[in-house]
Design a binder for this molecule. Sequence first.
Ligand code: URA
Length: 239
Amino acid sequence: MKMRLDRYLCELNLGTRSQVKRDIKAGLVSVNDRTILRPEEQIRTDTDCICYKGQPCIYEEYVYYLLHKPAGVVSATRDRQDRTVLDLIGDTTRKDLFPVGRLDKDTEGLLLLTNDGALAHDLLAPGRHVEKEYECHLAHPFDERQRQLLEQEMEIGEKKPVRPAVVQVLEDKKITLTITEGKFHQVKRMLHAAGNEVVYLKRIRMGPLVLDDALPRGSFRRLTEEEVESLKHDRSGHL
Ligand code: URA
């Protein structure tokens, strides 16, 4: 990809546009071993070797963030009223970042954000069936009849019944539910159809990505390379 040198350095988070312009004019930046003094110099991000203060820069075309979404924040790129998940990430250099799927405003937990449209498309494709695991706190005690209903195809008012879920009972009123689709309010609607109600919902896993305890509510981290690779190749998402 071709890009202005000053923009490239900004996208690497090396400073504001005016800071990087100053650094370029001060001779701190070289392209293919040649010092470049013009911020508007066009470079090729895929083949040129850019050094800043003597250190080679690595350009990442795609970024991947794992956010522990708190309640009260919307899974949108912008919103007139509410804080969005992008406000929490605060990466202003990436204008093309978006959440992969949605969590309800009152749902907490794991949310992936990226600018990798192809991966997002693949993860959300109806045929891909990536597993999404939720911790559900319930209004009423969970029983065997509810389990049976959830673990078979279920009518929740969609065109077709939703696919069987996997249930793990944690406590009297606490379960995990693993689903492989992403219909609107799906978990809440499934529990409602089974005769219970969700009072608190948290996503704890998406395919191979697990929400780790070390990530407090409202904070985020970059995915590791291994996590990105496993997301691209994971087939364990099939129930
Ligand atoms: N199912 C729901 O009901 N809500 C969510 O936020 C995610 C899945």
